[in-house]
Design a protein. Sequence first.
Length: 484
Amino acid sequence: MNLNNSISKNKGTFLICIVLFVLIAPLLFLCKYNLPWYDDYYVATLFRSVDYFDLQSYWYMNWSGRYTSSGIIALLNPLNYSYSGIAFYGCFSAFIILLFAFSLYRFVSELLPSAPREYKLGFFTGLFYIFFYIMPSPTEFFFWFVGAWTYTIGLIIALELGVGLIRLNYDFKRNRFIYVIILSILLPGTNEVVTLIFLSSYAIIMILSLISKKKPHKYNYLIMFSLAIFTLISFLAPGNSVRAEWGIEQGLVNRNLFDVIVITIKELTKLVMKWTFLSPFLIVSLLSLKLMPYLNKDLKALVDTNLKLAFWLIASNIAIFAFVFPVFWSSGDAPDRIYNPIALYFLISTGLSILFYFDNIKTNKLILSFPVTLLLCVFLFFQTLSSRNRISRVWIELRSGEAKAYFAELNKNFEFCRSNPNQKIVLKPLSNRPYTILMDDLRPDSTDWANLHFSQFHGIASVRTVQTNAAYVETNSDTTLNSR
């Protein structure tokens, strides 16, 4: 009997690993065709001309208070040290994908400490699957170096901080406490959205712990204090781009509060509908019901108090604050990279809410029955294949050769620029535009910031795009062609 159970568990683990491989392997393979975007060139050219610490000071005083991300980007950007760093650009994308997956699995393992390995793997696979399925911008989350080491690294640190806090709760160790303190210093220096979400969630959990008469350990107050202090250091940076957009110093905050609320509700409704009802999110949540007996006891005890409803309503709606934040920042047109961390928070908080709800109703056994589980899995499989989602796009871009053609086309542009130093270059717009790895193309205006940084890095006088058959060197009369 035990042998049969062991074989059954091994088969389950094997099947889950296959699904996980199908999800992650194409992303890693796509990294092979990933190439830099123009912020990457900007960082590289600055790094070569300015001392590292002077550069950090300049960014803190003139651009943003993201001291952690700025420090990492300036140090690890593969373009900083030589032109050949372009060849290693995709390696950093692969590294951030694996690092994120590892941190997410560690967090899942802490939520389900007593669960068998295949259950942990299964829940992690489901969470990674649905996050990738609804991810607002995989390009900015995984494949754009500057974006990944600003937003993705923030989520990774937040997940690791969550793991550390859960472990400290039942096994306090000095080294672990120091590690958590270091993470609490690093997190506010990544980006504002992740910091606010984590800080708000942590504060609410501590308040609810006090109300439920389970006094938090004193280390929590020290960690919260550290988070608060370094959040202020980041937000009060003279060059903080968020405060600059708000116009606080200039007294320009004159947006109508009612309009802000309306925009926020519209954005929230649109994204919740898209993430919940137009994706397999509910199906994945229902398939995870079997994990409820293994959920972290302290978390379950906190939720099972008479504050259960209030806790999950608050926890699920902290995201509203995060939605208001980018609305102020971008007047309702926040970039997708802002929503990437919000999407993961939404999945974890709302997904757990659904689990707690269905765990207490009579239909639980029906949902967990084999026929219903099989039906949900089949539906999930065909929904993934039939719709043009983030997962299917990766496979399409690899199978069709679009990513490979994009890589070859952009490298030809690089070679042409390098073979014509200090010249005015005219390139044709990219004809291959894979959604997952392409941030943007060069612009027709040679004075555009993206074109300027591209030109400076590649050692040419200027560059612009024109609808033409081949790239050429522009002369004053614009008549002499030097096509490849």
